[in-house]
Design a protein around this ligand. Sequence first.
Ligand code: C2O
Ligand code: CU
Length: 469
Amino acid sequence: MFAAIALTSLAVGCGSSTSHASVPVDSLGMAVLTDTNPDPNVVEVQLVASLSVAHYLANNSTDVWAYRDGAIDGSVGSVPGPRLVAKRGDDVIVHFKNELPDATTVHWHGLRLPVASDGSTSSQAPVPPGGTFDYRFKVMDSGTFWFHPHVRGYEQIERGLYAALVVSGDEDLDVTADRTFIVDDVKVTAEGPLAFDGDKLDMMVGKQGNVLLLNGQHGGTIVIDSGGRQRWRFVNSANGRYFNLRVADHPFVVVGSDGGLLPRSYTADTLLIAPGERYEVIVSFDDAEGAHASLETIYYNRGHELPDQGPRVLADIVVGPHAGRALRPLPTVLRSIDPLPITASTVVKRFTLQENENGAADGPTFSINDQMWPSNPPVMVKQGDLEIWEVVSTKEMDHPFHLHGMYFQVLGADGKPDTSRGWKDTINIVRGTSARLAVRYDPLGMWMFHCHILEHAERGMMGDLMVMK
Ligand code: C2O
Ligand code: CU
């Protein structure tokens, strides 16, 4: 299924395509962490956070913090880091080592797992420089997830610490390639280094990068087989940028979101992905070999009067040789999801997301229900209880709201769970509106919820959720 690599070798090995001066080479494959455990149902990897160098700009290099594969001697950290791949039901053991000059953790965004392995600062002490930590969990859901630090994320994720986690087990969709794309932006100076310049607008809206990245590359190439149909799994790892993706004349068939497949696919010309969210789409190309297209992001008005910068290209798409086989039709029904059984008497908890333009000397601050992390007390709940979270954005800005360790269902206009949106762990709360989420508290322990605009989380818009017996 991990056809990014197969595709590259296909393109390289296809010497018969002599009508072209050069066969296009796909530049956007990602390495996979080495599984050192012979048991087919156990994935055991060595993940190292280390210093490395990226080449975001053509003529300069950028010092980054990046994950590398500790099972490979002399491996070098990459942005994004190598993917972790497993199949549903696998036991995963991650031996983590910190080679950074700073303490860090690894949070497994979107996974249901034991709290001891959640990797937040509410579930563990940060791993000091030179330190190690073992994360252990069973992957219970197929889908697209990601991992990143939970210590000053606005800085550590921006520095390059993020990678995808893909859990297979739902491959009934007949595709010619299954690919993972992480969209991001970075703010770099002309000389190459990342800019940490204390810009107040960056604190207000999340750091606005000046270089857009797809799998850590600016201006990469995606090769898609003519007549092919690819599954693209998108993750947004940006501090604050919303991506509104499109490929002109090639609508996306959206098949999945945060918690795996949707009940039914739907077609969309554009795909909005807020920070932290994931979406899976199917893209088909009937164009002849040699045709070109672009993966672009277009304006989405997320508030604060951020200007429209026009369409911006994330990658070139080049149509390669024909896929060479017929594809089975895509099913429209993908899975079934039972609505959570809320009633008129289900308890409603209200979370109001607030911003305070002049909250601190160095810039704005953020709060939830007038309280700021880390001094806010945890929200205490009982395991097994089903409640509604009403999350409100009163001000002039959207906030992507994320809950650790469990999924929720978004309620529709009729007040009932809208299962067509699938299971979510991150949802964009549009400015001036609210969303109602049905949450069943499951694993015991101290979980976190926060805005996934990383500057907002760090500057107060975060809280703890204590699930008790
Ligand atoms: Cu992706 Cu608490 O985070
Ligand atoms: Cu926010």
